[in-house]
Design a protein around this ligand. Structure first.
Ligand SMILES: *Cc1c(COP(=O)(O)O)cnc(C)c1O
Length: 228
């Protein structure tokens, strides 16, 4: 992990780059949110980023999420789950997170809704779309998105916000999955599924993602340094 002052510096650089990419695409800098992906980084790294003004953090493993949420309970954090979710590991995510990116199965969606405490607002979720790439295990085909979106609409404790994707394999057109995600969101909109979030772009490609319409970028290494 990077030292505390480094994290503040890197965070400022990433936010500046996000703002520049948005401006270059003719968009307001505030139209893109940064989620700092803190998986495998110590809680102290999250404290450093929080002290520098960052509030939204993303984790990939339920146990690690639980440990950090406990350790950082004194901070006003917004937790995002960005990992592969197994059906028997949904409870801490339903209880602790504000957002879950990467929903690709109705069974997981149903469990999250059932386990979401009634006193909390609905969990905000994105469907993970896998249009191009067989090397990624997760995600659904674009043709399956409408059906899953409609199933989620019937779940009281989930609120569908948008679509999410992982980067394409290196040899393909880097922007193609981002463009495909934007076009799919527009199609779903025409079919009556209102979405306001495109969760796409990581450390290496958030500029491209913002050019193609990303409203939320998930950036780990560029903020925190290399993972352990
Ligand atoms: C780890 C991870 C990221 C962040 O990746 P970096 O390359 O470190 O920015 C973003 N999204 C998901 C789903 C991840 O698992």
């Amino acid at each position: 992990m990077a030292a505390t002052t480094d994290i503040a510096q890197r965070l400022a650089e990433v936010l500046a780059a996000v703002g520049l990419a948005a401006a270059a695409a003719g968009r307001a800098p505030a139209s893109v949110r940064l989620v700092a992906i803190s998986k495998s980084q110590p809680a102290s790294a999250i404290r450093a980023a929080h002290a520098a003004g960052q509030r939204a953090f993303g984790e990939s493993y339920p146990q690690e999420l639980e440990d950090k949420a406990r350790e950082l309970a004194d901070l006003d954090l917004e937790w995002h789950f960005v990992g592969r979710l197994q059906a028997n590991k949904t409870r801490p995510v339903a209880e602790l997170c504000h957002w879950v990116h990467g929903i690709d199965r109705q069974r997981i969606a149903e469990r999250l809704s059932a386990q979401r405490p009634p006193a909390l607002p609905p969990l905000q979720v994105c469907l993970q779309i896998n249009a191009h790439d067989e090397t990624h295990k997760g995600g659904i085909a674009p043709v399956a998105a409408l059906g899953l979106a409609q199933a989620i609409a019937a779940l009281p404790q989930l609120r569908l916000r948008g679509l999410m994707c992982l980067p394409a394999a290196a040899r393909t057109d880097r922007r193609a999955p981002f463009r495909a995600l934007r076009e799919l969101a527009a199609q779903l909109g025409s079919a009556g599924v209102a979405l306001d979030t495109l969760s796409m772009g990581m450390s290496d490609d958030f500029g491209d993602a913002i050019s193609e319409g990303a409203t939320l970028v998930r950036v780990g290494t560029a903020v925190f340094g290399a993972r352990r």
